[in-house]
Design a protein around this ligand. Structure first.
Ligand code: AGP
Length: 623
């Protein structure tokens, strides 16, 4: 989705803006632009279609645009086709107001008509141009401050936004506002920064502020002043970001995705460390309503102890983690778990049981559907627990309880380390519920925790043998259709493996519960169709293997993924991949690694843009 940046301070703004936009490239975009002010002089706006490189070339890497105050934007088209005209920044006709926006203004047609009655003309198809001109309209109508004008406009706007705006009469100042779209503000001795996401500003500062929903900020080189919708000043706490600048760099890897695949052992170790006291799962550092609960986790423990049902809601890979989570929680406890796609959950009028909890999983903490699903749970009085990677994100701030996955910034659009950290978090949750509800005794907990601690090491071993997957990917890069089959946890692994493959290599792939093949899908199997069978679950091994035999007899080429020891698979499959043994409930954490590598190497072999696949955005902040 769109990315916004801003800077006001002692240095030239344009190079900083371009650098910030580059760090937000992973969010997905089709055009980009910057607007820079040089003191009292008019604002210079430069835009370009396509990759940021074009914008950088157009501005001589930013050197051709002078000024110490500016805003920038990468656009992921929603209203209006991708074009230079529709690219941001947008401005009022007399350049009185210039701004960038991330989000969707739902009533923009109605507002556009209103403005047209007041002699406003429109040069683009965007909702953003309407928002900027609405601010201009109120600024002139009431002759008040920029804060007044923005507040008047926000009262009329329906939808979501992260807005950054400059006013002609206020050089050296940027005004920001947000509702349901991410924005982070940072401060250093060199000035004040804004970005949609932490990586945009991490190089310059780790001292940040989170601006709340329907709040405004005034940025000057001296600092930031916050306001509420009434225009009253409000105070905000400065927060220190723990991520370091290197974590948002490729550090010698060809792609962020490969770097992040290799960071999985660390992401898992860090996540586990946070909720494991050496012998048991410990929730005393789990956040309640944005702060570590003083009672040391008593409240969440009480909720978990009385649970009669768990609802897991999420999108994409986070949903796939949820499907693994359902299997694991139901395997360790007597609590039934329902997993829903957030986009369905929010509109299906879910019948939520009283003693339940809604677990929302999200890497970004900003996914619009997941956020809406969580708000629905709140409205119905059901406690919510968010499993989130981005500190201070909207979902993290609005959830009743938060478990952070400590994966660090994830830049590649295709998630790997955040997914792995989500799995670990779900295992810990399962163990805790098992302990609290009495289905797991101390010995079993010890056995589970010992197995969990070995996972990072086992992942290292799988990564050591990645060249074998690379070789296979080079051979199969021309595949058209690929099928993943498995049962139970293996099916859940297939869902994620299939998504990894299709989202970056553009090879069509589907995951099926192995028992479903005969109900239709098997008609798609032809000579040499690649079928990837996942067989990590001892009780289901023979069942899935016989499903593989069925497709082999119809011509399929078989890739078998199993654990060391199941060598009988070699009689059946054409290509066998083994992962180290672990307890079967944790097999997803190991079996997913070769499938991530496969998706990655297929994309590389096909010459695709691994980290920024077409049409996709890292953080999906619109419905
Ligand atoms: C996975 O590789 C995708 N990038 C996507 O499915 C992602 O998991 C989904 O959009 C959910 O994002 P979130 O975790 O930030 O909520």
């Amino acid at each position: 989705m769109c990315g916004i940046v801003g800077y006001v301070g002692k240095n030239q703004a344009a190079p900083i803006l371009l650098e910030g936009l580059e760090k937000l490239e992973y969010r997905g975009y089709d055009s980009a632009g910057i607007a820079v002010r040089n003191g009292e002089d008019d604002t210079v706006i430069v835009k370009a279609m396509g990759r940021l490189k074009k914008l950088a070339n157009k501005t001589d890497q930013g050197k051709a645009v002078k000024g110490t105050c500016g805003i920038g934007h990468t656009r992921w088209a929603t209203h209006g086709e991708p074009s230079e005209l529709n690219a941001h920044p947008h401005c009022s006709d007399d350049m009185n107001v210039v701004g960038v926006h991330n989000g969707i203004i739902e009533n923009f047609q109605e507002l556009r008509q209103k403005l047209a009655h007041h002699d406003y003309h429109f040069y683009s198809d965007t909702d953003t141009e309407v928002a900027i001109k609405l601010i201009d309209y109120y600024y002139k109508k009431y002759a008040g401050t920029p804060v007044d004008a923005i507040n008047h406009a926000l009262v009329r706007i329906r939808g979501s936004y992260a807005l950054a705006v400059m006013f002609k009469e206020y050089p050296g100042e940027i005004y920001v506002a947000r509702k349901d779209n991410p924005m982070i503000l940072g401060k250093s001795d060199a000035g004040v920064f804004l970005g949609s996401d932490v990586p945009a500003i991490l190089k310059y500062t780790r001292r940040v502020y989170y601006i709340g929903n329907m709040e405004l900020g005034r940025l000057t080189s001296e600092g930031i002043t916050f306001y509420n919708l009434d225009g009253d000043e409000i105070k905000k706490e400065e927060t220190e970001i723990e991520w370091d600048a290197e974590s948002a760099d490729k550090c010698g890897y060809a792609h962020f995705m490969m770097k992040e695949i290799h960071e999985q052992p660390k992401a898992i170790t860090e996540t586990m460390k946070q909720y494991f006291d050496g012998s048991k799962v410990d929730f005393s550092t789990l956040e309640k309503n944005g702060a570590i609960e003083e009672a040391g986790g008593e409240k969440i423990n009480a909720v978990l102890k009385g649970l009669e049902r768990i609802y897991i809601v999420a999108c994409g890979s986070a949903y796939h983690a949820g499907v693994v989570g359902k299997n694991v929680i139901e395997g360790m406890t007597d609590v039934p778990v329902e997993v829903d796609l957030a986009s369905e959950f929010r509109y299906c009028d879910p019948k939520l049981m009283k003693n339940s909890i809604v677990v929302v999983i999200s890497q970004s903490g900003e996914t619009a559907d997941s956020l809406a699903a969580m708000r629905l749970a709140h409205d119905r009085g059901i406690p919510t627990l968010a499993i989130v990677n981005v500190f201070g994100s909207t979902i993290a701030r609005e959830a009743d309880y938060v478990m952070y996955t400590c994966a660090g910034p994830e830049i590649a659009v295709a998630t790997t380390k955040a997914y792995s950290a989500q799995l670990i978090t779900l295992y810990l949750l399962a163990i805790k519920i098992g302990e609290l509800t009495g289905t797991l005794d101390d010995d079993r907990i010890k056995e589970l925790m010992t197995a969990l601690e070995q996972i990072p090491n086992s992942i290292e071993k799988i990564l050591d043998d990645k060249e074998r997957i690379q070789w296979f990917a080079a051979k199969y890069a021309s595949a058209q259709d690929v099928f993943f089959i498995g049962r139970g946890i293996d099916y859940a692994i297939g869902l994620e493996g299939s998504l990894k493959m299709k989202e970056i290599s553009y090879i069509h792939s589907e995951a099926y519960a192995a028992g479903e093949l005969k109900h239709g899908t098997i008609s798609l199997i032809e000579k040499d169709t690649l079928v990837i069978g996942i067989m990590t679950q001892p009780d289901l091994f023979e069942k899935t293997r016989s499903n593989m035999v069925e497709v082999k007899s119809r011509g399929a080429y078989l890739f078998g993924l199993t654990t060391y020891g199941n060598y009988s698979v070699e009689d059946t499959v054409d290509f066998a991949v083994y992962v180290p043994r672990t307890l079967e409930c944790f097999a997803a954490s190991l079996a997913i690694i070769p499938l991530q590598l496969l998706g990655y190497y297929l994309a590389v072999a096909k010459g695709e843009d691994v980290d920024k696949p077409r049409n996709l955005a890292k953080s999906v902040t619109v419905e």
